[in-house]
Design a protein around this ligand. Structure first.
Ligand code: CP3
Length: 346
């Protein structure tokens, strides 16, 4: 690690000394200061206001001293920006007015222009200035996860319509996912050009697929997102839930760091992914409500298992639940910082 490189970026590049920590969905719903500034303002409206985006992104950095900030936005923001009629319903998730199911529907998916999201460049520029040494992670949704919302019309348990379209109309599926890959790549490009120092591609729901279907119908599109960003020297994190059978493919798609949920221990995950990748994760978010001594031991176990990987960024296995006690997250950050270097070294 060079003296100017943050512990987070050093871990992404597999040359850390300590253990960096941040939390997926650290900004937002679990923080009282978030509810205060968001009062009376819609989710998507808040994403288009650089002053609010900056404040909300900084809140968990101030409160916890995490090693990275994640840009406050949503995977649906670029779709909204090209004119897709959608809402984010609190407690439910994204809801699409007219789902996309036919070739004619694809006409509504035009390319994203940087000017459509000028507020993103503005917010990222301001944030990077205020964050100082703390890196900012930019993010976007991967084609499969975005497609699942567009095709289902909202959240789904089984992704039945999405999978049916994927296997029965492969040509339509490929056009749809190519457009979504280009949309996400442009959204990430805007964030990187404004100063984001790492990116995370969220394919939250890809774990619902078999490895064969993932490799055939999804991986090429996620790889297209990363390929389009090849000119940038920023670490790429690739995350999904329930991806135990897909971990190697998640690395191969073009990531530097593979996000792992709580179902596979990090040492085993790293063995599946291979030695050229760092891992990120993977405390079970449900355990945040366990008594502190029990939870603390689970935090230590995650670090110890992660020490088998050539790089490890501590995180939860999925997002911070809305009911999480911020004080508990603060204690985890302190514990990872205090004990991480020694636990990783043993
Ligand atoms: O710190 C952060 O990570 C905040 C930035 C962030 C949000 N969404 C803000 C948000 C990030 C990284 C996301 C990503 C996102 N959005 C994903 C991938 C991550 C994951 O959890 O797997 C997905 C699948 C979405 C789509 C989405 N948006 C869902 C499923 C929800 C939850 C609905 C709910 O209320 O339970 C949202 C809404 C959302 N995105 C909120 C926030 C702060 C809450 C809505 C609100 O505050 O009104």
């Amino acid at each position: 690690m060079s003296p100017t490189e943050s512990e987070f970026l050093a871990a992404c590049r597999r040359r850390q000394t300590g253990v960096p920590v941040w939390f997926m969905r650290q900004a937002g719903r679990s923080l009282p200061e978030y509810h205060q500034v968001r009062a009376g303002i819609g989710m998507l409206e808040s994403c288009a206001r650089p002053d609010l985006v900056t404040e909300i992104t900084l809140q968990p950095v101030r409160r916890y001293g995490v090693d990275a900030a994640i840009y406050y936005s949503d995977i649906m923001v670029p779709l909204k920006a090209i004119g897709i009629d959608l809402e984010i319903v609190s407690g439910t998730g994204p809801v699409i007015a007219e789902p996309i199911r036919s070739r004619a529907d694809l006409d509504r998916l035009r390319p994203l222009e940087p000017a459509d999201v000028s507020y993103v460049s503005e917010a990222v520029t301001q944030l990077v200035r205020e964050l100082g040494r703390t890196p900012l992670i930019g993010f976007a949704g991967a084609p499969f996860t975005l497609a699942s919302y567009l095709i289902e019309g909202g959240p789904s348990k089984d992704y039945a319509k999405t999978k049916a379209l994927m296997v029965s109309e492969p040509a339509l599926w490929d056009v749809l996912c190519t457009r979504l890959a280009d949309l996400s790549a442009m959204f990430l490009r805007v964030q990187i050009e404004a100063g984001a120092s790492a990116i995370q591609l969220f394919d939250s729901w890809a774990g619902s697929l078999s490895a064969a279907d993932y490799e055939r119908s999804v991986l090429p599109h996620s790889a297209r997102v990363f390929t389009q960003l090849a000119e940038f020297d920023v670490p790429r994190i690739h995350f999904g839930v329930g991806t135990g059978e897909l971990l190697r493919l998640f690395g191969e798609a073009g990531a530097d760091v593979v996000g792992v949920d709580w179902r596979v221990p990090l040492a085993e995950a790293s063995r599946r992914i291979g030695p050229d990748y760092a891992v990120q994760g993977n405390l079970d978010p449900a355990l945040l409500s366990a008594p502190w001594p029990v939870l603390a031991d689970r935090v230590r176990a995650v670090i110890t298992s992660g020490a088998a990987a050539p790089g490890h960024i501590f995180n939860l296995g999925h997002g911070v639940p809305p009911t999480a006690d911020p004080a508990v997250l603060g204690r985890i950050v302190d514990l990872v910082h205090a004990e991480g270097p020694a636990l990783r070294a043993t």
